[in-house]
Design a protein around this ligand. Sequence first.
Ligand code: ADP
Ligand code: ASP
Ligand code: MG
Length: 412
Amino acid sequence: MPVLVMKFGGTSVATLDRIRRAAKRVGVEVAKGYDVIVIVSAMSGETNKLVGYVEETSPLFDAREYDAVVSSGENVTAGLMALTLQEMDVPARSWQGWQVPLMTTSAHSSARIVDIPTENITRKFGEGMRVAVVAGFQGISPEGRITTLGRGGSDTTAVAFAAAFDAERCDIYTDVDGVYTTDPRICDKARKLDRIAFEEMLELASLGAKVLQTRSVELAMRYKVKLRVLSSFEEQSDEAGTLVCDEEEIMELNVVSGVAHSRDEAKMTLISVADRPGIAAAIFTPLSEAGINVDMIVQNISEEGRTDMTFSCPTNQVARAEEALKKAKEAGEINFHDLVADTNVCKISVVGIGMRSHTGVAAKMFKVLSDEGINIKVITTSEIKISVLIDRKYMELAVQALHDAFELEKAA
Ligand code: ADP
Ligand code: ASP
Ligand code: MG
């Protein structure tokens, strides 16, 4: 029988009522003749609560125990979803990551999927089971420890299962009815897109549009998974939601197709480091060894052989980054006068494949921000995106002003 993957995010399984509603949607697909693999997130708010427990217990926690704790929210919803389906007379059972087993690397808290053997679940389908409910976000390392795939990781679990089982489609059910030109929660003019190209979705996701986890888009692109984002709260047709697809399958392309924001950014500045060959390596090697995800980097003009070095990283990695840099200073590997962390910043990005062939997008973006009196602290660009770091208090204003200026409420 053809296989369908259906993923339900946190708000879609937040209460027993919502789990029942999701289970009914699964029942509809089973009745059409699909064997269904359901991937569930933890109930909304649950993972945040568990992360909070870990951070309060141990600020520089052992990531293996972090994973043991934060993966547990999905175990609850997987069991509840299987029970709900059984109550509806749909043959179903739950699977935790290690039972599949979903094999990952040992990079705790941001592990990558290495393999999903299909034998166990396929055998159960053969014996009459119609729905495998799999706990998203979690797997098992070669050392036999529980791992997690990074925040939002259930999306990646879903796409990886779709690839492994050669599913007809991977449907991501969430609390919005598709991918929008920007986060509809902060810009009411945001427009739902019927289709979005993999490359653009990849950039939007990596720049903060949390509707899909970045790795899920990478996997879908690599394994040609038919990926759809849709609402778990509305009646659905086969055409509903947003299809993430190849660029060639989209008729009209805007120069800019979306604006993304990320609240979760911190700017760190090393004041007065020696400006000599090897200094960047000396700073960023200990950071990379400490697992810090450095994003933007700026080195200022030097004066009298000394310079300031600024970089950005996720807010929750600031303590770890400070520790790594102080250790490197104590070991004599680097020398700086001061280390300043600014956690009141955010990153705003405009994304569009059309930028490959159009100039002037950066100039327009900077003009819009300056007209609003917003100061730009750091800038980075790539072929299809421009990102700036600004004060967090201007986040909504910047997104709305850019959405207006690039006329994203209108289709191409
Ligand atoms: P889930 O719990 O279902 O995984 P998430 O909260 O991870 O849901 O992702 C859905 C949220 O992503 C939406 O509620 C919305 O606020 C946010 N979002 C950010 N950018 C976008 C965008 N461009 N299009 C749609 N949603 C977006
Ligand atoms: N529950 C996990 C999180 O909140 C994974 C997910 O929902 O995708 O990040
Ligand atoms: Mg999510």
